[in-house]
Design a binder for this molecule. Structure first.
Ligand SMILES: NC(=O)c1ccc[n+]([C@@H]2O[C@H](COP(=O)([O-])OP(=O)(O)OC[C@H]3O[C@@H](n4cnc5c(N)ncnc54)[C@H](O)[C@@H]3O)[C@@H](O)[C@H]2O)c1
Length: 343
């Protein structure tokens, strides 16, 4: 059902990430945060201090039973996403679920079907798809400014928090996969991963993820919680131009290099010729709007208009399937695995 006024939401999970969602939804016209739910009373105490008007509960069933709540925002650990999202959809609530959508591709498919059957909005928190520099790069790719894309390399490393329940692949790679799939307009067909668990046995904390795309593009994601410096740097190499997207930069997050190499076939039986071009470097102006705010706005708009979100269930499923294949490849010692979506 499309609500007539502001969409009323309940945030579920107020740990590390939940406060960022709450701050943005509190500022968003068109959204009204009615309730915050967390199983830890001490987490709710923090909400009470900062936002006394919000109702608080440790009991998720109360959220589901409240007919005054239109949508839930799930910012709980990955292993809980499926169960919490499914009952919310069954209770008639629109669902925003943090990335990755579920811990299993079949579960993701089940959520898509459940949302479709009830005409409810299901959106996944692939925040980077709403990031202005990421959008700018997509525009450059779409308009052909970079030419044909040859390959992409991306580094997402820092001295990060070791997660207890998932590998670095499930924690960090959803960001890069969502960015790549959004930029390229296709999802990878095959993945091969090398990595290891250096600190906690059985939990990989470094992974080199190699992807092949149907168009011929190849990509590598380096993901790690073990690095002396924080790198969030992506290089896109095209036939006309190349670019660097560095999310740690404050201003010039995207730099376009008019650099390239042209190949000329030998005219006789001599050697082929290569001509190198090193031209201008341009940093386009990019909006500073917070991606999370744009993401929250998109969820509200999708609910009100009844349109499919740009990071809907299908996009979430593609990424969960890719993560599953990546994890399987790593466990199999780096064997290339096809990425298949469940029917
Ligand atoms: N979009 C992003 O950039 C981004 C960044 C960080 C984390 N995340 C995602 O956000 C989610 C949460 O991550 P986090 O780091 O905040 O985890 P966290 O462990 O810090 O917080 C999770 C919270 O959920 C609560 N919780 C657990 N089960 C619950 C239940 N059944 N009902 C109510 N509350 C429950 C916990 O008590 C805790 O407060 C994950 O899916 C993670 O991948 C997204």
């Amino acid at each position: 059902m499309t609500p007539p006024g502001p969409v009323s939401v309940a945030l579920v999970g107020y740990g590390y990430w939940g406060p960022n969602l709450l701050r943005n939804y509190m500022e968003l016209p068109g959204a009204w945060v009615k309730t915050v739910c967390d199983v830890r009373p001490e987490a709710l105490q923090k909400v009470a201090t900062r936002f006394p008007s919000i109702a608080l509960t440790t009991d998720y069933a109360e959220v589901l039973a409240d007919e005054g709540i239109d949508a839930v925002l799930l910012a709980t650990p990955i292993g809980t996403h499926f169960a919490l999202a499914r009952v919310a959809l069954e209770a008639g609530k629109h669902v925003f679920v943090e990335k990755p959508m579920t811990a299993d591709a079949r579960e993701a498919r089940e959520l898509i079907d459940a949302a479709a059957a009830r005409r409810l909005t299901l959106m996944v928190g692939h925040t980077f798809v709403f990031s202005p520099p990421v959008r700018k790069v997509r525009e450059l790719i779409e308009t052909g400014a970079l030419g044909d894309i040859y390959f992409v390399t991306t580094q997402r490393v820092n001295l990060g928090l070791h997660q207890k329940d998932v590998s670095v692949i499930w924690d960090l790679a959803p960001h890069d996969l969502s960015i790549l799939y959004y930029w390229l307009g296709e999802h990878a067909s095959d993945v091969a991963v090398n990595g290891r668990g250096c600190i906690v046995p059985g939990i990989p904390d470094v992974a080199f993820i190699n992807l092949k795309f149907p168009s011929g593009v190849v990509a590598e994601i380096q993901a790690s919680w073990l690095s002396p410096v924080k790198l969030r740097r992506t290089i896109v190499v095209g036939s006309k131009k190349m670019l660097v997207y560095d999310d740690t930069e404050n201003v010039e997050k995207v730099k376009i290099y008019d650099h390239g190499v042209d190949f000329r076939d030998p005219t006789d039986f001599g050697e082929f010729q290569l001509s190198y071009r090193t031209g201008d470097i341009v940093a386009p102006k990019i909006s500073g709007t917070e991606p999370l705010w744009l993401e929250a706005q998109h969820f509200m708009e999708s609910i009100v208009a009844g349109t499919a979100p740009i990071t809907g269930g299908e996009q979430g499923l593609q990424i969960v399937s890719s993560l599953e294949a990546a994890e399987a490849s790593l466990r199999a010692g780096g064997t290339q695995m096809p990425i298949e979506l469940p029917a």
